[in-house]
Write a protein that binds this ligand. Structure first.
Ligand code: EPU
Length: 410
């Protein structure tokens, strides 16, 4: 039995940091997780001319944005952090030009930018790709427009929001993403003076304003970290209370854990998950919010691999996310993939082995599998996990797990 506390969401705070570019002056963000991606985004903002002061004890970051930020985001940083693409919209709106190196980030598929580009073009921008950069320019102020997204892309919705808040006239984003992180950025933009309606629905209407002001904003809690702890509790037949977590942001995932045999209930400012028996397997299908999150898919494959029965896991967002299955097989899991489906047949035990994390969530899934595997599991490339989970090893140890970080010769 133990307790962990979740901080602000990685997938929100990185965009909130980009949104600070929209107003001259000092914006303060709170509940900022102490993770590598925040460091990368801080460095990117510094290169754009901002002063970024992080207080990791207080969990805050103060970003002072100059009157005219520079507009070039170079490959050496952008390749480490796909969320760098989120400076495209605000820089274009503020500076009239944004040169952003094409991003890398996770090894989870091709991850196109077509909807970002088409949407910005609808607002009057000219976008071209040159020497590995995406270069967006505008000859006059962006103009509000009707934008239909082919798919409710989180990143495209955010970029378009940040461009549209300073455009002339009204922009409507239809088939917009509805993730809690989108609601969070809308709340921050609104507190800066933006006018946005339809927040939390798939139709966002933005009435452009001339100027935004800096703000002080507290980041929404990380539902994916909270969800990871919930799965860990069930896999280890443990009892974990997760603080600063919103159950309403994890409805399907927590319902799946209940179907697996867990007891999930509200507790304090979060929830408590406990499981007394070996869990039962559960089918999951990833979809945009409020569907089951792709960012909890590897953790649920890990859960199903030690559960009673067989389950089908369907991945609809990132085709390469099943690469991690090969690592699960090294731990003795019985998982077969066919296209975007994985059939997982639960086994009573897994067997510890060296494995490699290819992205943040795969890393988390492998650590969870390692907790229940017999013998020692070594997860290589743990920096992927550090990109998204603050103090993961320390929290696991506090909860009673036998985990340590080891230095490995290069
Ligand atoms: N897509 C396109 N064209 C576009 C935009 C997206 O084809 O213009 C495709 C992508 O290739 C992908 C799908 O649409 O297949 C979903 O992409 P989306 O834009 O929604 O995702 P994202 O903004 O790139 C964010 C998170 C991911 C999370 C997804 C889905 C951040 C920094 N990243 O990515 O988080 O999985 O939304 O919820 O916010 C993670 O945290 O581990 C992670 C990968």
């Amino acid at each position: 039995m133990g307790e962990v506390r979740v901080t602000g969401a990685k997938n929100s705070v990185l965009k909130l940091m980009a949104a600070s570019l929209l107003a001259e002056g000092t914006t303060t963000l709170r509940e900022v997780p102490d993770i590598l991606d925040v460091e990368y985004m801080s460095e990117l903002l510094r290169r754009l001319g901002c002063e970024v002061i992080r207080d990791t004890d207080a969990g805050s970051v103060a970003i002072t944005v100059p009157g005219v930020p520079s507009h070039k985001a170079d490959y050496d940083l952008v390749r480490k952090l796909r969320a760098s693409i989120n400076v495209l919209g605000p820089l274009l709106a503020r500076c009239g030009q944004a040169d952003v190196a094409l991003p890398g980030g996770d090894n989870i598929g091709s991850r196109g930018l077509d909807m970002h580009v088409a949407g910005l073009e609808k607002l009057g921008a000219t976008v071209r790709s040159e020497h590995g950069f995406l270069i967006a320019t505008r000859s006059e102020r962006l103009r509000g427009a009707m934008v239909w997204l082919d798919f409710p892309s989180v990143g495209a919705t955010e970029n378009l929001l940040m461009a549209a808040v300073l455009a002339q006239g009204t922009t409507v984003i239809d088939n917009a993403a509805r993730e809690p992180e989108i609601v969070d950025i809308c709340a921050m933009l609104t507190s800066m003076g933006a006018r946005i309606s339809g927040v939390g629905t798939s139709t966002l209407e933005i009435e452009g304003v001339d100027l935004l002001s800096p703000t002080d904003h507290t980041t929404v809690p990380d539902r994916l970290v909270a969800g990871t702890w919930a799965v860990a509790a069930v896999m280890t037949q443990g009892d974990v209370t997760v603080g600063n977590a919103r159950m309403e942001h994890l409805e399907i995932a927590l319902d799946k854990l209940t179907l697996a045999g867990a007891i999930v209930e509200a507790a304090g400012d979060g929830f408590r998950v406990r499981c007394e028996d070996r869990p039962r397997s559960v089918d999951v299908v990833t979809l945009p919010y409020p569907g089951f999150p792709t960012d909890l898919q590897p953790q649920f494959i890990a859960l199903n691999s030690i559960a009673h029965g067989a389950a089908m896991v369907t991945e609809n967002l990132f085709e390469a996310r099943f690469r991690f299955v090969n690592e699960m097989v090294r731990l003795g899991a019985d998982v077969r993939t066919d296209g975007h489906h994985a059939m997982v047949r639960g086994k009573a035990t897994l067997s510890g082995a060296p494995v490699e994390a290819a992205d943040i969530r795969a890393g988390a899934g492998l650590v969870l599998a390692g907790l229940v595997a017999e013998g020692v599991t070594t997860v290589y490339e743990p920096h992927h996990v550090d990109r998204g989970y603050e103090g993961f090893v320390e929290d696991l140890v506090r909860l009673g797990a036998d985990v340590s970080r080891i230095a490995v010769a290069p």
